[in-house]
Design a protein around this ligand. Structure first.
Ligand code: ADP
Ligand code: MG
Length: 445
């Protein structure tokens, strides 16, 4: 652990979390040669933490007095080390205060640098020219933007994701190509070709809550960060299942009214706080928002005992979805059958080279769910994979990009990895995901 002090202001330091094993293992050199000189030139005090093993960053962030790093927590490595930092924060009881007070940032040093690329892309920066310098300068400028997180729940865990969820072809390429880690990004392409030759399909059931088309259009056209309001009426809470009047009863034929979900593109209600955050997140749900609302009419303490004991309250924002063992509302769309992949993202780029969701912005409140059904030919799949670099992959038959607020996936076969932000999750026969708009801040231009 190394420190650089320029003053005694312990409250305004930067924490740098460095994964020496990311990508081609160059993070230390990147820091020494390209980041440190810039920080010293700008007189920015920092603490450096070098990870020693997997989950080290997560535990460190979970247990440290992080509030001394108000200037920000920066990771150097791939998306995986930031994923650990984010989840370390969300496991803290004070996660709400921490996400509000401390911006995050990422300096690309891994083989998958999807978030760094996506953030520069949305602000029109020449990232490819010098990714490390561009990202370092964003930290110096210190301008935070709100970024969506997706809460992913499996039978064994809850994870918060800022980049992607994958099952099927691309997830398998991502993980199986680990053995080619040493060669950096091209590993993806080499393994892709191998996978294409041995193409397989996966049986599953995918259910999702689609974002209405006119709302998507509004969001895509808007330059502003988008405030999303999801009314809680489309979801159920365990404690309300029996007596619910406001909630959809999945056992009846009552259908869910799409109009009850509103995407408010009017945006930015109230002034941004010191890290540029607005109240948007806190308006995500109405009366059930007390767990994460400073302004909610009911306070945390006044919630019924049953609600406090609900399965999700100990771990970050409370889920608005039905629990995993309950059916989803009847009005959700369902695809059942054979898939080549189900791959969701909430950023434009999965990596420096993969332009996966061209319409996606860091805080559009939308999960962009790509579904490739079985039946796609190898030629079309090759066209798909080649099109990933410029966004033309979406023109392929059997490939559909669906904007959703939430989805549930039930893999009905063994075999594919479940991958979140490039990290493998243990197999689960049911997984669900929901978006929490703009709940973290990332330093960007
Ligand atoms: P890449 O882009 O190459 O995947 P990441 O930063 O995403 O790089 O990290 C890859 C994996 O390395 C993650 O699972 C992370 O938890 C793990 N990790 C972090 N620090 C270490 C370490 N010191 N030794 C080994 N693995 C580590
Ligand atoms: Mg990774």
């Amino acid at each position: 652990v190394e420190n650089y002090d320029v003053d005694t202001d312990k409250g305004n330091r930067l924490l740098i979390v460095l994964n020496p094993k990311s990508g081609p293992g160059k993070s230390r050199e990147i820091f020494e040669n390209e980041v440190k000189p810039v920080l010293m030139e700008a007189d920015i005090p920092y603490d450096l933490y070098i990870t020693r093993a997997r989950n080290d960053a997560r535990n460190y962030i979970k247990t440290s007095n992080v509030l001394k790093w108000k200037r920000g927590i920066v990771t150097i490595g791939g998306d995986g080390v930031l994923y650990e930092v984010v989840n370390g924060i969300m496991e803290r009881t004070d996660w709400k205060h921490v996400t509000k007070s401390i911006p995050l940032a990422i300096i690309p040093g891994g083989s998958g640098n999807g978030l760094a690329k996506s953030l520069s892309f949305c602000s029109g920066e020449p990232y490819d020219h010098n990714p490390v310098l561009i990202s370092t300068l964003n930290i110096i400028k210190g301008f935070p933007i709100p970024v969506d997180l997706v809460r992913i729940e499996t039978q064994s865990e809850v994870a918060f994701s800022f980049l992607s969820f994958g099952w099927g072809l691309i997830a398998d390429i991502d993980i199986e190509s680990e053995r080619l880690r040493i060669i950096g990004s091209p590993r993806f392409m080499i393994w892709t070709v191998a996978r294409l030759i041995g193409l397989r399909t996966y049986t599953g059931r995918l259910s999702f809550l689609r974002v209405p088309a006119e709302k998507v259009k509004e969001v895509v056209a808007s330059d502003k960060y988008v405030e999303v309001q999801i009314q809680d009426s489309y979801l159920m809470e365990e404690e309300n299942d029996k007596k619910s009047t406001n909630h959809v009863d999945c056992n009846s034929n009552s259908s869910f009214d799409m109009d009850s979900i509103s995407l408010d593109t009017g945006c930015i209600r109230g002034e941004p706080d010191q890290v540029g955050r607005t109240e948007s997140f806190y308006s995500l749900s109405s009366h059930k928002s007390a767990y994460h609302s400073d302004n909610a009419s009911s306070s945390y303490l006044s919630l019924p005992e049953t609600a406090k004991k609900s399965r999700t309250t100990i771990y970050g924002p409370k889920s608005q979805l039905p629990s995993l063992n309950k059916p989803i509302p009847k009005s959700w769309e369902v695809y059942q059958g054979e898939f080549v992949m189900v791959h969701a993202t909430y950023q434009s780029h999965l990596s420096g080279e993969v332009y996966f969701a061209p319409d996606c912005k860091p805080n559009d409140g939308i999960i962009w769910l790509l579904v490739a059904k079985a039946g796609i030919s190898r030629v079309n799949l090759l066209q798909f994979l080649l099109g990933l670099s410029n966004g033309t992959h979406l023109r392929c038959p059997f490939v559909e990009m669906i904007p959703v607020f939430a989805f549930r996936l039930e893999p009905l076969c063994e075999g594919s990895h479940i991958v979140v932000d490039g990290e493998v999750l243990p197999h689960s026969s049911i997984i669900q995901a929901e978006i929490f708009p703009g709940i973290v801040s990332l330093l960007n231009k």
